[in-house]
Design a protein around this ligand. Structure first.
Ligand SMILES: [Ca+2]
Ligand SMILES: [Ca+2]
Length: 82
């Protein structure tokens, strides 16, 4: 009985920790995205990506649909804000 209560507390703690971690990284990668999106069209162009060395190098492999822009989805897959 005591054991299972302790397990519930432990998993609640782990859940809260994961949640905090997830929201922190989402926040920072969103920040980075809007920082790089200098013309605020919601996409990062090849020129805008040049401001970020890693993004610049990974640009072609991150641009999954080959439209020449990094969308927020493509950007978050790169996990650059973590
Ligand atoms: Ca842009
Ligand atoms: Ca794209």
């Amino acid at each position: 009985m005591l054991n299972s209560k302790r397990n519930i507390l432990l998993s609640l703690g782990a859940f809260a920790f994961t949640l905090a971690l997830t929201s922190t990284s989402a926040f920072s990668s969103e920040n980075l995205f809007s920082k790089l999106d200098t013309n605020t069209d919601g996409m990062i162009s090849k020129t805008e990506a040049e401001a970020h060395q890693v993004l610049n190098e990974l640009f072609d492999s991150l641009d999954l649909d080959d439209d020449g822009f990094i969308s927020p989805d493509e950007f978050s897959a790169a996990k650059l804000g973590e």
